[in-house]
Ligand binder design. Structure first.
Ligand code: PLP
Length: 391
């Protein structure tokens, strides 16, 4: 076999129903999207608050582009750090109730950069098995001893921390899990880590804008604001491309943490800053997310409506109070078939398959947005019922 036998790898993926391809959008992100010429009701975006195409954000981006142009021109440490970036960092830190925040160009880079900066040989990282790929990749790339514990299993985490002789120990977890929508028991997890002088890093990608009274995420939900006590996560990262409807990411923590990352996080140092106009538009998104609590209230009512309907129809719907609602189907082929049948009826719901989720847990991942109407949820439930009756 030739060394680069890509074709047989691709054939294998097709055979396993794991081959991935893109669908091309011809519209803005929103409740309805145009996909390859057809309008579909959209139940697969992470635009939880419905801000991605909000007219006020669009206007802010346009105005800032007039002032700052398009590209940032350089990395933050060279000459690309604009006053819009700086103001956004200060506003994010204040929102989460933490001393400081640092912008990264993407969440993937924030996770990779923070973990590899903090850990090296002789250290250890402890990750929930279902953590996002960027957290796992950060841990693997760090050269620290890489350990995974069963989802939410704090007893196993405690045992592993106890047995480790590593210098620095870092526990890393999603707060809201991206494929399940469930919420990590962060206070207990932090207490477990604290017993072993381990630090905790929390990924709030799906919590920012969604959890907490003003949408400040897991810190606000669990009352972590106002300090960096031993029983609180030392590091919280969040992304700007999901509920905030924009692009980019940030890490929050102590003054020293942020200065340390500015000096050591390679995915911060060696990359171009996000466009300043994007930072300016994101500042407006933060203000809307804070002030328009009705978006979170509406989400909660849509979540309840969808879950009641799914459970009535006998679907396997694990507990989740968040806009991520997985419908577990088992085999990849079953998830693909249901996703396809929904698309034929005008609904876009993603089929999530291994290796993104564990073998045997292929699923539909339904995501809700404050942009949805109750009638949209009812229509989706009706379509699922119709498909079941027809099969
Ligand atoms: C989306 C996501 C990321 C990556 O963020 P990007 O800004 O899209 O790179 C990181 N962690 C989690 C849990 C995510 O869902």
């Amino acid at each position: 076999m030739p060394p680069f036998d890509l074709a047989s790898d691709l054939a294998r993926l097709r055979e396993l129903n794991q081959f991935r391809s893109r669908r091309t959008l011809g519209s803005a992100q929103g409740r309805k999207v145009v996909v390859e010429g057809r309008e579909l009701l959209n139940f697969c975006s992470n635009d939880y608050l419905g801000l991605a195409a909000h007219p006020v954000l669009i206007k802010a981006l346009q105005n800032a582009a007039n002032a700052y142009g398009v590209g940032s021109g350089a990395a933050h440490l060279v000459c690309g750090h604009s006053q819009e970036h700086h103001a956004l960092e200060e506003e994010l830190a204040a929102w989460l109730g933490r001393p400081r925040a640092l912008l990264f160009s993407t969440g993937y880079m924030a996770n990779l950069g923070a973990i590899t900066a903090l850990l090296g040989r002789g250290d250890a990282v402890f990750e929930d098995r279902l953590n996002h790929a960027s957290l796992l990749d950060g841990g693997i790339s760090s050269k620290a001893d890489f350990q995974r514990y069963k989802h939410f299993d704090l007893a196993e985490l405690d045992t592993r921390l106890q047995a480790s002789a590593a210098t620095r120990k870092l526990v890393v977890t999603d707060s809201v899990f991206s494929m399940d929508g469930d919420l990590a028991p962060l206070p207990e997890l932090c207490a477990t880590a604290a017993r072993h002088e381990a630090w905790v890093m929390v990924d709030d990608a799906h919590a920012i804008g969604v959890l907490g009274k003003t949408g400040a995420g897991s810190a606000e939900h669990f009352g972590f604001e106002g300090g960096l006590g031993a029983d609180q996560p030392q590091i919280i990262m969040g992304t700007l491309g999901k509920a905030l409807g924009s692009f980019g990411a940030f890490v929050t923590g102590s003054e020293d943490l942020i200065d340390y990352l500015i000096n050591h996080a390679r995915s911060y140092i060696y990359t171009t800053a996000m466009p300043p106009a994007v930072a300016a538009a994101t500042r407006v998104a933060v203000r809307l997310a804070q002030s328009e609590g009705w978006r979170r209230d509406k989400l909660q009512s849509l979540i309840g409506r969808l879950r009641r309907g799914l459970l009535e129809q006998g679907f396997t719907v694990p507990p989740s109070d968040t806009p991520i609602q997985p419908v577990i189907l088992g085999e990849s082929a079953a998830a693909l078939a249901l996703s396809q049948a929904l698309r034929e009826r005008g609904f876009w719901v993603g089929a999530i398959r291994p290796p993104t989720v564990p073998q045997g847990t292929a699923r539909l991942r339904i995501t809700l947005s404050a942009a949805h109407e109750e009638g949209d949820v009812d229509a989706l439930l009706q379509a699922l019922d119709d498909i079941r009756q027809a099969s």
